[in-house]
Design a protein around this ligand. Structure first.
Ligand code: NDP
Length: 453
């Protein structure tokens, strides 16, 4: 390793990928610094996965209280109330605790944390404020940032960043978009009693998920009172006193207390000076890297949301480990993007791994489809009208399970285990020969006997 540089590696961005790369590299003996302008832990810890999941728990707790009545608990509705500011304060305390843990983890690993905004002066020099730091390798791990479409009144719109610190809940809210963040926040708000409308420009939200999952989720969300409106977009927004008037492409107008855009995220490369160094950016603004996270500048690598691979924390973590091994280990290691499981924490949750039915058909597979829809046992006594869906997409020639999809409580938890089976190439016969765990919803994945198609 080079001795005439300040560090062996400077990472710009202390999010999931950057922190993992830093710790793994320091553990291999590298002299590592991380530059961070905002918060340790990045989007996931501060304004993403972690606070979102806490809000989902908070939102769902209302239903749990109601459901307890069927189990014999006396739940006097007029004595139940919800305090948004307490939820936000408790969430903030937990995030601060995690920020502290991240700081200690980096310090204990011997990683230098440099607070400030970084720019690259040359292929080996990072400038932060008045100071310059040199390194043999520089990794861009700056993540992504919400995008708000360019419509009149866009300045009235909040993004997930602000939603996590909302001072008070409105009576009504409009959620704009039909991806992960939109359905998760629509569920959070509706569960907390906000009259919620979700606007999506296409025919059916959650593009890219299995069609059965998309339709089933829409039905379940509507049952919970979310007003889902498809085939419509926002044309303009105007603020009036404490409310907003939202004009839609179908000519209608909504009056609402809040508009949240969940319309995608862009790579965060502003001010880094990458293009001046010859680092290529794609048409969508992502840093272009090869399979080994290498940009065209030999000393500069990049990973995580900023390179346009699936914007998921576990993907960034895995990339951090591979890159560390390549830079400071045996130089080996590849990312495997096949069969990445994912969950959407809408209510009920979605869990999915492998191919959707449409993707499998498009890839030319002859298929057997297994599908089960049922009322989860919990709701026999709770009386709640909520159903679950499970679906397996199976290659008819090889019997291999190509995709597993679920909508229902704990879908994320269940799908993680199913993902191991798919990754190992499990066949439907192996699913069938697996003994179920009774009584669970998960056992349905190993007891679906008759194909529906
Ligand atoms: P997504 O890309 O998932 O969804 C963006 C949504 O906005 C789509 O429905 C898209 O429509 C719509 N959209 C985009 N541009 C416009 C426009 N100009 N006008 C109207 N609608 C528009 O982004 P998110 O912001 O929801 O999330 C970003 C990423 O973060 C996700 O892809 C995911 O990788 C990650 N994430 C993961 C979570 C998890 O693991 N549980 C939770 C939250 C985020 P269309 O489909 O037509 O393009």
């Amino acid at each position: 390793m080079s001795d005439n540089q300040d560090f062996d590696l400077i990472i710009v961005g202390a999010g999931s990928g950057g922190v993992r790369l830093a710790r793994m590299s320091a553990a291999k003996g590298a002299r590592v610094a991380v530059v961070e302008s905002r918060y340790l832990g990045g989007t996931c810890v501060n304004v993403g996965c972690v606070p979102k999941k806490l809000f989902v728990y908070g939102s769902h707790a209302g239903e749990d209280i109601e459901d307890a009545a069927g189990y014999g608990w006396n739940v006097p509705g007029d004595q139940i109330s919800f305090d948004w500011t307490r939820l936000v304060a408790n969430k903030n305390a937990e995030i601060e605790r995690l920020n502290g843990i991240y700081g200690r983890m980096l310090a204990n690993a011997g990683v230098t944390v440099i607070e400030g905004t970084a720019s690259l002066a040359d292929a080996h020099t990072v400038v932060v404020g008045e100071r310059s730091y040199t390194a043999k390798h520089i990794t861009i791990a700056t993540g992504s940032w919400p995008v708000v479409p360019d419509v009149p009144g866009k300045e009235c719109v909040l993004t997930s960043n602000e939603m996590f610190y909302l001072p008070q809940l409105p009576r009504q809210a409009v959620v704009w978009g039909g991806g992960y963040i939109a359905v998760e926040f629509a569920g959070i708000l509706a569960g907390l009693g906000v009259e919620t409308t979700l606007l999506y420009r296409g025919d059916l939200f959650l593009r890219g998920f299995d069609d059965d999952v998309r339709e089933f989720t829409a039905t379940e969300m509507r049952k919970k009172g979310v007003d889902l409106r498809f085939g419509v977009n926002i044309e303009s927004i105007e603020s009036e006193d404490t409310h907003y008037n939202v004009d839609l492409t179908d000519g209608s107008r909504l009056h609402t207390g809040l508009v949240m855009a969940a319309t995608g995220r862009r790579a965060l490369v502003d001010g880094l000076g990458l293009e001046g160094l010859g680092v290529q950016l794609s048409a969508s603004g992502h840093v272009v890297v090869d399979d080994h996270f290498q940009t065209v500048v030999p000393s500069i690598t990049a990973l995580g949301d900023v390179i346009g691979t699936p914007q998921l924390t576990p993907v960034a973590l895995a990339q951090g480990m591979v890159l560390s091994r390549r830079l400071f280990g045996d130089g080996q290691g590849e990312m495997d993007y096949a069969c990445i499981p994912t969950a959407v924490f809408c209510q009920p949750n979605i869990g999915t791994v492998g191919l959707t039915e449409a993707e499998a058909r498009e890839a030319g597979h002859k298929l057997r489809i297994y599908r089960s829809e049922f009322k989860p046992m919990k709701h026999t006594l709770s009386g709640r009208d909520e159903r679950s869906l499970m679906k397996l997409v199976v290659d008819a020639d090889t019997d291999r399970v190509l995709g597993a999809h679920m909508v229902g409580p704990d879908a994320g938890e269940i799908t993680q285990g199913i993902a191991v089976a798919l990754k190992a190439g499990a066949t439907k016969a192996q699913f069938d020969s697996t003994i179920g765990i009774h009584p669970t919803s998960a056992e349905e994945f190993v007891t679906m006997r008759e194909p529906v198609a």
